[in-house]
Design a protein around this ligand. Structure first.
Ligand SMILES: Cc1cc2nc3c(=O)[nH]c(=O)nc-3n(C[C@H](O)[C@H](O)[C@H](O)COP(=O)(O)OP(=O)(O)OC[C@H]3O[C@@H](n4cnc5c(N)ncnc54)[C@H](O)[C@@H]3O)c2cc1C
Length: 406
């Protein structure tokens, strides 16, 4: 006998918890909600950074925030004021605890634990199957479990890069960090034919999260990241004596392969599995907030939670593909592309562009700030690879069944 709910959320990570939070804040609907995951979250498994204007919904758990960021490359060393934005950091453990405390006080939310093996539609319901044989049915199922890699490198239509990184929370004896500035990208490290940079998020003068980050097609042996961090701390920051307090390893897909949001009429994909990761940067957290909020508003208003974007809004999918093409085909070194962007635009325009919040005039200005012949060749290559599918950027129409473990 299947458990029955109005809404089943498969995967209680950033997207699943955010959706549950949006659905239970100020709702008049009192939906019966099931939230399914392998196990309760017990670790600080990731750190989310993003930019926003003013106070956000999760302000209570913002761990640090900065109104200045730094960008360093072999030809540009600049500190940038990003007002009215602030660059914010939320620790995974704080976010989980905050949302879990809110949900624990909602009698209409049921927690279920177990390994999800399939999510599919049956009749007029969505169904989540657990390895234990348990079946959970909902009028709507929102799935954030990524059952298969989002793309295969051999598919020539798409770019399949990965953003992979190792971060250390470093505690130094000397006061080497400036707690008022977050370093977004420091490209002054050997590139090894890839796009490599270091990201520094200072907590105070002695402590920072320092991440060695690579955009490339394949992962590196773990010791390469560790060596990159050791070299940066020693050579760039002159640090000989420090302790590593925490470690964070992550892989984020950077792909324009379509991750469909609509798995079927009753099953909707959210989070990274639903294409909420920005293909050209890996930033996801704010995009998850925007979409899960919009889904909750649609359901509250009695509308369909299948959201679609206009062709105009989807143009950013094309921009992402072009940037991925430049990086993937090594048409220009990544550090050069990002240097052009930050050297030739006010930082706020770059952040708005990455947020997909720019006007046509701003888009044109951003395009004029990079090396045009390179980006033109990349655009032609993208259009040639995708053909008619070029107009479907961001609309997530993959025929592949990603709703089942194979
Ligand atoms: C280390 C790290 C750092 C990141 N930093 C940033 C950042 O600074 N800024 C940013 O915008 N983005 C960042 N991202 C990218 C993105 O924001 C996160 O990956 C985010 O957690 C994605 O949310 P999600 O809900 O799609 O996936 P997740 O948060 O991974 O949630 C998926 C959930 O599904 C559960 N699950 C998976 N498989 C099964 C199964 N078979 N059965 C049951 N449960 C299952 C998992 O336990 C998990 O709780 C980072 C990612 C990583 C990995």
């Amino acid at each position: 006998m299947a458990a029955e709910f109005d809404i089943v959320i498969a995967g209680a990570g950033a997207a699943g918890l955010s959706l549950a939070y949006h659905l239970t804040r100020n709702s008049r609907r009192n939906w019966r909600i099931a939230l399914v995951d392998r196990a309760p979250k017990q670790r600080n498994d990731r750190t989310w950074c993003f930019w926003e204007v003013g106070q956000g919904l999760f302000e209570a758990v913002v761990f640090r925030q900065w109104d200045r960021v730094a960008f360093y490359s072999p030809t540009l060393q600049r500190q940038l004021c990003i007002a009215p934005y602030r660059y914010k950091m939320i620790r995974g453990a704080d976010f989980y605890a905050y949302v879990e405390a809110h949900l624990a006080a909602q009698p209409n939310v049921t927690r279920c634990y177990g390994e999800i093996v399939a999510v599919e539609e049956e009749g007029d319901a969505g169904v989540v199957h657990l390895r234990s044989g348990e079946v959970i049915r909902g009028k709507w199922v929102f799935n954030s479990v990524l059952f298969a890699p989002p793309c295969r490198a051999e598919d020539a239509r798409y770019h399949c890069l990965l953003q992979h990184f190792l971060g250390w929370v470093v505690e130094a004896d000397q006061p080497v960090f400036d707690p008022t500035v977050a370093t977004l990208m420091d490209f002054r490290i050997p590139q090894a034919g890839e796009t490599r940079f270091v990201y520094v998020l200072p907590f105070d003068a002695h402590t920072a999260l320092v991440e060695f980050t690579v955009f490339s097609g394949s992962l590196l042996p773990r010791e390469v990241y560790a060596q990159g961090l050791t070299d940066y701390l020693g050579e760039q920051l002159g640090l000989q004596s420090y302790r590593v307090r925490e470690e964070e390893y992550g892989v984020i897909p950077m792909t324009d392969a379509p991750l469909k949001q609509r798995l079927s009429q009753r099953v909707i994909q959210i989070g990274t599995a639903g294409g909420d990761t920005k293909a050209s940067t890996g930033y996801t957290f704010q995009r998850i907030q925007r979409r899960t909020h919009a889904i909750a508003c649609a359901l509250e208003a009695g509308r369909s939670p299948h959201l679609s974007r206009s062709l105009w809004q989807r143009r950013h999918g094309l921009f992402d593909s072009v940037l991925l093409n430049v990086l993937d085909k090594r048409r220009q070194p990544g550090w050069r592309v990002f240097t052009d962007l930050f050297a030739n635009n006010p930082p706020v325009r770059v952040l708005r562009f990455l947020d997909e919040d720019t006007s046509l005039l701003e888009d044109l200005r951003v395009m004029a700030s990079v090396h045009l012949p390179t980006f033109l060749s990349a655009t032609l290559d993208v259009l040639a690879r995708k053909g008619a599918g070029a107009l479907n950027f961001g609309e997530n129409t993959s025929p592949a069944d990603r709703g089942r473990v194979t």
